[in-house]
Design a protein around this ligand. Structure first.
Ligand code: NAD
Length: 443
């Protein structure tokens, strides 16, 4: 209980069934919206898919496509990445919850690799999934455009770079959209489909059909750095690193997030994503994210020290190639942290949780104010399907409704020590004054 006699955030367990019913309702509505706007009902999905970049995400996308019996051509410059693409795709397929096991010959029958973009000439849809660097992506997309068939769709799996920047060198930007995939964290799979200013409707129809063919929820969003998912995720991850610099132990941060119901804590999530990729995302979003901590100096130091997370077996935690769970906190973290340590602050599980959640909530309300999402439902879908926010809580805004805007504003007063960045956005203050909610209560 707090001083007002209200239960602490940690003592508010999810209401059984409420979160799942909320998510189910939002997913059905989003699917209906996509079908009615982009005519996906009954249409054929692509017969063959090309992927450029056989890294972590390229093979995750390949696994999602192969699982549905659709042939994939996978291209990479790096021969070592190509050589290991089949076993990595097989591992992704066989570690997904509930999926029937596949054999190497089954996967090899559908997955072909090549060092040449020309191998993608007859694919219906090609997803670019190379490193998150604007110049590299622009170069690959421009080359792809001259290789693929005239009617083929070109998509980018960028996490943060706006469509407007990516499309600059293209002759025919109308056939390009974003198809942003996520690591499979056991939630419903989703593709964030980014509609650029010139993306044609038939391109979106093809992207929505692709999502349907591989049983992913299509979340059609507008163009902005970080789109929807990463506009919420990146500040959450940055806040976790901020807490580390205030002397909070990595395990305490992870425990607060996991006890709340997250599939994994923010530091482990950073390790899974790859700290180099996370830094590129932060750099892209920094200039468009006033009032948020986006680029932690600790992240820069970790990347310079090549502590990149699971891909180098050392990030915030140490990893073993054969083992899913991290082993122990990385001892290399302490000397790096010593350089960036700010004033120490004592924290409880509740204050850690509040610090992790408030930047996401602020950005979510600002997105609603700006109209950069269609509605609150897109936020809750993005956050649950995109990075493992607890489905049992329905989503960030469903959770905020349960706590109540007035109570959240009162809790935020405890973060005054952070200065203006903990000042609630106008929409949240209005909701608190008028006792308003993001969603109507479920019947
Ligand atoms: P990664 O570093 O694991 O893989 C990138 C691959 O691209 C490497 O194999 C590299 O050899 C290849 N590559 C680089 N330049 C190339 C070129 N010119 N032609 C062909 N191949 C080239 O990175 P990743 O984590 O797979 O990220 C790839 C993309 O997916 C990025 O845009 C990233 O933002 C996005 N993404 C990543 C995640 C994540 O959790 N890591 C999630 C969603 C989206």
């Amino acid at each position: 209980m707090d001083c007002q006699g209200e239960p602490s955030l940690m003592d508010m367990p999810p209401v059984p069934g409420l979160g799942a019913a909320h998510q189910q309702r939002l997913m059905e509505a989003e699917r209906r919206w996509a079908e009615s706007h982009f005519g996906a009902r009954g249409g054929d999905g692509p017969a063959s898919i090309g992927i450029v970049g056989a890294g972590l995400m390229g093979t995750a996308i390949a696994a999602a496509v192969v699982r549905h019996g659709i042939p994939v051509r996978l291209v990479d410059l790096d021969h070592a990445a190509l050589a290991s693409a089949l076993p990595r795709t097989l591992r992704q397929l066989n570690t997904s919850p509930g999926a029937p096991p596949r054999t190497a010959p089954e996967v090899a029958g559908l997955l072909r690799t090549s060092p040449e973009l020309a191998a993608l000439a007859d694919c219906d849809l090609v997803v670019e999934s190379v490193v998150e660097k604007l110049a590299v992506k622009q170069h690959v997309l421009a080359r792809l455009e001259s290789v693929v068939a005239p009617g083929a769709i070109v998509a980018s799996n960028t996490s943060t770079i706006s469509w407007a920047q990516l499309a600059t060198p293209l002759q025919e930007p109308g056939r390009m959209c974003g198809c942003h995939f996520f690591l499979p964290f056991g939630q419903a799979p989703m593709i964030e489909i980014i509609r650029g200013a010139q993306t044609r409707d038939d391109t979106l129809v093809a992207a929505v059909r692709f999502a349907k063919a591989i049983d992913h929820l299509p979340l059609v969003v507008t163009d902005a750095p970080g789109f929807v998912v990463n506009r919420l995720l990146v500040p959450f991850l940055a806040e976790a690193m901020q807490l580390l610099t205030e002397g909070v132990a990595a395990e305490a941060i992870e425990r607060a997030a996991e006890n709340f119901g997250m599939l994994m804590g923010p530091l482990r999530l950073l390790d899974e994503i790859g700290l180099d990729t996370a830094l590129e995302c932060a750099l892209t979003m920094e200039s468009s994210s006033t009032g948020l901590v986006i680029r932690s100096p600790l992240l820069v130091a970790m990347v310079k020290a090549r502590q990149l997370g699971r891909k180098t077996q050392a990030g915030f935690f140490l990893y073993d190639e054969q083992d899913e769970r991290p082993r122990i906190p990385n001892p290399q973290l302490a000397p790096l942290l010593a350089r960036w340590r700010g004033p120490s602050r004592s924290h409880t599980a509740e204050s850690i949780l509040l610090r992790l959640l408030f930047p996401m909530l602020f950005e979510a309300t600002r997105m609603l104010e700006r109209g950069s999402v269609r509605d609150a439902a897109q936020i809750d879908l993005a956050i649950v399907c995109g990075f493992g926010f607890p489905a049992s809580r329905g989503g960030l805004l469903c959770w905020a409704d349960r706590v109540g805007a007035a109570r959240i504003v009162r809790l935020l007063e405890t973060l005054e020590y952070l200065g203006p960045r903990a000042q609630p956005p106008p929409l949240l203050l209005d909701m608190a004054r008028q006792n308003r909610r993001f969603f109507e209560p479920l019947p």
